[in-house]
Design a protein. Sequence first.
Length: 129
Amino acid sequence: MGVDIRAYIEIKFRGPDYDCVAEVFLARDYDLFRRIGWQNNPDLAIFRPRGFPDGASFYVDGQYHGLGVAREERPAHWMFPSWLNSAEFATAVERAEQGGKEVPASYYAIHTMMRDLPDCRLVFWWEDF
């Protein structure tokens, strides 16, 4: 049994809500997962899960809650929804590097995308398999 992460980059473009601009792949890295809030070892977490964000894009909301499904009825194997802004995601990557961790390339690519986008966040949750 393992865990993967489902992740999306959203930006505030027009109005109060976010728009999804990318569904992104984060390599399976349990150390980094723990740093951004996976709760199998909360002592390593830099950021605790915040829950599903307010004002999420229609696409991300639909992915998490299911289109046309009651909000309470999401797959039971999806856990700990949360979100990080660009600076917070960068902090998690930098702390992993400081600990001697070889950070997968996908984390750098996502950090670069987020750094160059205005008012963005990474929305994510874990999927047990």
